[in-house]
Design a binder for this molecule. Structure first.
Ligand code: FNR
Length: 362
């Protein structure tokens, strides 16, 4: 191994910072307001400590897990993030290949530079899910749902923590995007305006439904055969309402600290949500996952799998498809080692008793 090999997610963050142009780095690393929630996502994991069980045969560890009916080799998948083209010319095609090489899944963002069909063709045997926006035109939504189903996406993810489209905050300023972008999963036909201009934003405003409500979720539920996941849940009551409406997956997320600042770290609300869901849907988590022990803690507290946002983009920026694969490999190796050290040879061995909150110490 070269002395310069990257061996941690922090190394990939540093490399991405060095390699990415300013506009891309600042878009990817942006947080809301003072970034309190972003920081808390990361720090909260450190407030949980592990109580290992020893003298068990952990010579072979199996990290595989089933998510929405698909077998993943690792309980770590890729969250939907916009604008992969900022990190690498092959954009989402590289990300999906990196995920597929690690036998895990990726949620394709509606803000992908490649059509959902192109991404499917890049990884015919890949595990893929589609994050769809809510639109005013239900025919457009129905067409997208059918396209996703035909192209082999195996679930629809609906993000519910962005009730108002963030037209002004965090989007690159007009003229600040020196790479070609297009959004074939948002528009049937690209608007004839430059991205970032007032005219382009108006086209988005005309198309996107804001805010979406439970009625829109119910409509999606009734208009696709695919499982539906709600992303952005932080409230146990919302989780219960989702389950009552037949939602298949509850995805605990605060958008990586990019929406409402001041909301709790995801790992802190996870146990309440797992209790509220009571096994009636799968529960996932993202936000601040940077090490294998973070993954272990989230699984111990009831997540079926975790998702990574920025770390995948850092891998993509470092080295395209291979970088994404390396990031996932590091988390896999760290998780496997953490499992050995806590006496777990399979995912179902990872139980709540492995974790205590720091308040345990009084
Ligand atoms: C996001 N996220 C996001 N979420 C979503 O539902 N749809 C989207 O299009 C995007 N776009 C997006 C772009 C960028 C640059 C980032 C960093 C994030 C949020 C994402 O899915 C996820 O919730 C967080 O990134 C998880 O936190 P970490 O892993 O980045 O700490």
């Amino acid at each position: 191994m070269s002395v310069n090999a990257l061996t941690s997610i922090a190394d990939f963050e540093k490399s991405a910072h060095e390699k990415l142009p300013d506009f891309a780095w600042s878009y990817y690393s942006r947080t809301s307001d003072a970034g309190q929630t972003y920081q808390d996502n990361i720090e909260a994991f450190r407030r949980y400590r592990l109580i290992p069980r020893n003298l068990r045969d952990v010579s072979i560890r199996d990290t595989s897990v089933t998510v929405l009916g698909s077998n993943l080799a690792i309980p770590v998948a890729i969250a939907p993030t916009a604008f992969h083209r900022f990190a690498h010319p092959n954009a989402e095609l590289a990300t999906t290949k990196g995920a597929t090489a690690m036998k895990t899944g990726m949620v394709l963002s509606s803000w992908s530079n490649h059509s959902l069909e192109e991404v499917a063709e890049a990884t015919p045997r890949g595990i893929r899910w589609f994050y769809m926006l809510f639109y005013k035109d239900r025919n457009h939504m129905k067409r997208l749902l059918d396209r996703a189903e035909r192209a082999g996406y195996s679930a629809i993810f609906l993000t519910i923590d962005s009730p108002i489209f963030p037209f002004s905050t965090g989007r690159p300023a007009p003229g600040a995007i020196p790479v070609p972008l297009r959004f074939p999963n948002v528009f049937d036909e690209e608007p004839p305006h430059a991205i970032g201009t007032a005219e382009y934003r108006q086209c988005l405003r005309d198309a996107v439904k804001e805010p979406a409500t439970w009625e829109d979720v119910e409509w999606v539920r009734e208009n696709t055969r695919l499982p539906v996941v709600l992303k952005g849940i932080l409230s146990a009551d919302d989780a219960k309402m989702a389950v009552e409406r037949g939602v298949n997956g509850i995805y605990v997320s605060n958008h990586g600290g990019r929406e409402l600042d001041g909301v709790p770290a995801t790992i802190d609300v996870l146990p309440d949500i797992v209790r509220a869901v009571d096994g009636k849907a799968e529960v996932y988590l993202d936000g601040g996952v940077r090490t294998g022990t973070d993954v272990l803690k989230a699984l111990a507290l009831g997540a079926r799998c975790v998702f990574i946002g920025r770390p995948a983009l850092w891998g993509l920026a470092h080295n395209g498809e291979e970088g994404v694969q390396q990031v996932l490999q590091i988390l896999t190796d760290e998780l496997s080692l953490a499992m050995a050290r806590t006496g777990c040879s399979k995912i179902s061995d990872i139980q709540p008793s492995l974790v205590v909150h720091q308040s345990y110490y009084g």
